[in-house]
Design a protein around this ligand. Sequence first.
Ligand code: AMP
Length: 429
Amino acid sequence: MKILLVGGGGREHALAWKIAQSPLVDTVFAAPGNPGIARHASCVDISVDSHDELVAFARRERIDLTVVGPEVPLVAGLADRLAAAGLVVFGPSARAAAIEGSKVFAKNLMLRHGIPTAQFSTFDEPTHARRYCRDVGAPLVVKADGLAAGKGAIVCRTLEEADAAIAECMERRAFGTSGARVVVEELMVGQEVSFFVLANGHDAMPLAAAEDHKAVFDGDRGPNTGGMGCYSPVAVFDDALEKRVMEGIVRPTLTALAREGAAYRGVLFAGLMLTAQGPKVVEFNCRFGDPECQALVVRAPGDLVPLLLAAARGEAWPPAHPWPHVASVCVCVASGGYPGKYATGLPIRGVEAAEARPDVQVFHAGTATREGRLVTAGGRVLGVTAVAENLTNAMASAYSAVREIFFDGMHYRTDIGRRGVRAEAPPRR
Ligand code: AMP
């Protein structure tokens, strides 16, 4: 089989690494890929936004399966374009990807179908949004409707903060047209878990859960990032809770989408809050998380490709392999200054030494090659990922690999996985 992987970050490196191990696969192309992905795939210089070129490439190369990594091309309709050209694609149509592309769509879908989520109201007038905030009182959360690179949800402890958030989204348009409409919702309290399932249009297959660490500094301090690391599994997300989420959230959501003419094929990422009243949806995403994907693939049993194919073609799932009782930790190594301004082009040392450790993969997120040397090319540079028989050992292994790596100004959190270690029970899926 020939596979085309669309994207060029850490998530796509993890997918390329896993896909290339499949005995079904002869060739993997990645567009645009990165120097890490280039070890498993032929990288072609096409951006994820060049839909015409991607479709033409996939047709010319007779690609058997295109796997779309990031949300932006999915929300913009890349899967529809590929499908219309007669190609098989893993990733939802634009209508189904609206579950991430429009928070208003996602919240109204959940409301119509009784799927547990925070109480909310939607607005396209700042004065109405402000009046509602005064009526319900703080704390609350103001969210831009559209895609905002993970920065569009603003937790407001006071009405003044809510005022500022509404101004930022709706008046100053900090997120462009994404902030023209906002959702204002109740602040939920509890532990957050990211749960991933594959969907084939009507049925779901659970993968696993992970916990992301969004804040830049240890102890969840400092501004939010795209994710500074994560671990999997999450002890509290046990079999009973998984079943409850599958029956009460995932399956009803897929049924609702199918009923509304937007059957969902691909990976559905449910961001959940485990509240005192039970699990509730914080948000849905239409793709794998980054860095959750890195922590998932190193644990994932068997061949991923038959599962991706079944999801893409809308077919029955192949027999499931049980997830092994192992744990993983992914530590993101970031550029100095990230998530603010940072330099690029800085030489990176020690990746080979880090990877020489058993059960460690170094996934490239923001790297480039200049004159034959590996250099930094983004905010999050590398995702150092270790798998071990338990979280304590996975954490020790990931951090000893991180200490092999060096570039000017690099920084990383030193506590990725610690919360999980405290709660560690025998590892499970
Ligand atoms: P979102 O973009 O909707 O995933 O929100 C980003 C982050 O904001 C989430 O991961 C949560 O930490 C936080 N958040 C969003 N909505 C809520 C909510 N209703 N209650 C509490 N925290 C929230």
